[in-house]
Design a protein around this ligand. Structure first.
Ligand SMILES: CC(=O)SCCNC(=O)CCNC(=O)[C@H](O)C(C)(C)COP(=O)(O)OP(=O)(O)OC[C@H]1O[C@@H](n2cnc3c(N)ncnc32)[C@H](O)[C@@H]1OP(=O)(O)O
Ligand SMILES: N[C@@H](CCO)C(=O)O
Length: 394
């Protein structure tokens, strides 16, 4: 889709982050008692964690589409990205803050055809959409907050493997994911090669690089330096008192890395936000307003504690840890594998997808041309659907 067709020159909202602070929740995300939407819940019991310690009781919220076959051989696991959730398909509505993020890819007659496949999308461990995370209730009846343990991508995959056991899925027909979801998808295929028949890894990596960890550093610092953070124990605070400013700043940094420099320049250039004077007038450039808009939207729907936990989980990601390195780990994968990169992705550059595709036996790499950078994995659904269609062909 062209940039023009995709909303260049749309009328931006007037407000920036924090201007309607009294309306902000303490912590964004789904909370016990909210409408469940299409969520289902699986209670998986205790989980021993890679970094030591354990969670006494893990719950994963998830959604499904299609029907599990009698042979239980048509289940597809879709793993969501950092601030997405299980709502892969469908509109926004009660219990769902955002519309389905891959609605053009998953559904009846689509590339991942729910007339044929039983699609399962869990909310990630550590998140804030009904799975156990820092905003959920600990055994003592209080929010976990700062007591929520450090979890790794491998811990998240262990929880999702336990979900597969509960669903009676011995082997996934496919595991699919983009960005952080791609990290989990690859980790599934490395940890449990016998349980993954196909792998689709989009805009992702086999290991978090120094550059990716570096981009996360100011984001973590922004959240933790917000006075509303209170060491991570803010979930009982009054409405509007959460670490919204810090989370918004983190999103502004992150969102910049999700788009390409060329796209931002082509779209916004040096334009002033309409009605504002950035040159000595205290106003904003349009691109600043755009970032603040994305920050404002995130703080209304996402928990800062989950943002920290999930960011640290991404930083932990390294399929080669304790397995003799990246290439040795990837060589374990037996799944039929397609790797997709976006040519302008500056956060998960093509070279990381090349490393992934080189390491997985028989893997094929597709590079999608897109001006949108990393967010191309959400936007370029037609190109990704083409690859998925080939991988999922009978
Ligand atoms: C993986 C997931 O997280 S899925 C869940 C939803 N995803 C997200 O929230 C992730 C963050 N968002 C994004 O990454 C992107 O919006 C995507 C990938 C979902 C979609 O990308 P695009 O369609 O290119 O949207 P784009 O980045 O142009 O943002 C459009 C918004 O910016 C606003 N905007 C555009 N210019 C300006 C401006 N100068 N000032 C303020 N706001 C502006 C638009 O009004 C529009 O607002 P709306 O989303 O509230 O309707
Ligand atoms: N927009 C995506 C980008 C990170 O993959 C998200 O927030 O999850």
């Amino acid at each position: 889709m062209s940039a023009a067709a995709r909303g260049q020159g749309q009328q931006p909202p007037a407000a920036g982050p924090g201007t309607r602070e009294q309306q902000l929740p303490v912590s964004g995300g789904w909370r016990e008692g909210d409408p469940v939407g299409d969520r289902l819940f699986a209670d998986l019991g205790p989980l021993a964690l890679e970094g030591g310690g354990s969670l006494p009781a893990v719950r994963l919220a998830y959604e499904t589409w299609g029907r599990l076959s009698a042979a239980r051989d048509n289940a597809v696991l879709i793993c969501h990205a950092l601030t997405a959730d299980s709502h892969v398909v469908g509109g926004a509505g009660p219990g769902h803050p955002t519309p389905g993020w891959w609605s053009e890819l998953v559904g009846p007659g689509l590339a991942i055809d729910t007339d044929r496949w039983f699609v399962v999308a869990p909310n990630v461990l550590g998140g804030c959409q009904g799975s156990t995370g820092p905003s959920s209730t600990a055994p003592d009846g209080r929010p976990w907050g700062s007591r929520f343990p450090y979890v790794t991508i491998r811990d998240q995959v262990a929880a999702e493997a336990a979900l597969a056991d509960v669903l009676g899925v011995r082997r996934w027909a496919a595991v699919v994911g983009g960005s952080m979801g791609g990290m989990r998808a690859v980790e599934h295929a490395v940890t449990h090669p016998e349980r993954v028949e196909r792998l689709l890894a989009v805009a992702t990596t086999a290991r978090a690089t120094a550059d990716q960890i570096a981009w996360c550093a100011p984001q973590l610092a922004a959240v933790r330096s917000d006075p509303g953070w209170s060491g991570g124990d803010y979930h009982d605070a009054a409405p509007g008192q959460g670490p919204h400013r810090g989370l918004g700043l983190a999103r502004m940094v992150a969102h910049t890395t999700y788009r390409s420099a060329a796209e931002l320049d082509a779209r916004f250039g040096r334009s002033a936000q309409p009605g504002e004077q950035p040159l000595g007038g205290g106003g904003r450039f349009a691109v600043e307003s755009y970032l603040q808009h994305h920050a404002d939207k995130l703080v209304r729907r996402f928990d800062a504690g989950s943002y920290v936990v999930l960011t640290e989980a991404m930083n932990s990601h390294d399929v080669g840890r304790g397995r003799g390195g990246t290439q040795a780990a990837l060589s374990r994968v037996t799944a039929r594998t397609r790797v997709v990169a976006v040519d302008t992705d500056r956060l998960y550059p093509v070279s990381l997808s090349e490393e992934l595709a080189d390491g997985v036996p028989g893997a094929e790499l597709d590079v999608v041309a897109s001006p949108y950078g990393h967010d191309g994995f959400l936007i370029e659904s037609e190109a990704i659907a083409k690859v998925a269609g080939e991988l999922f062909a009978p």
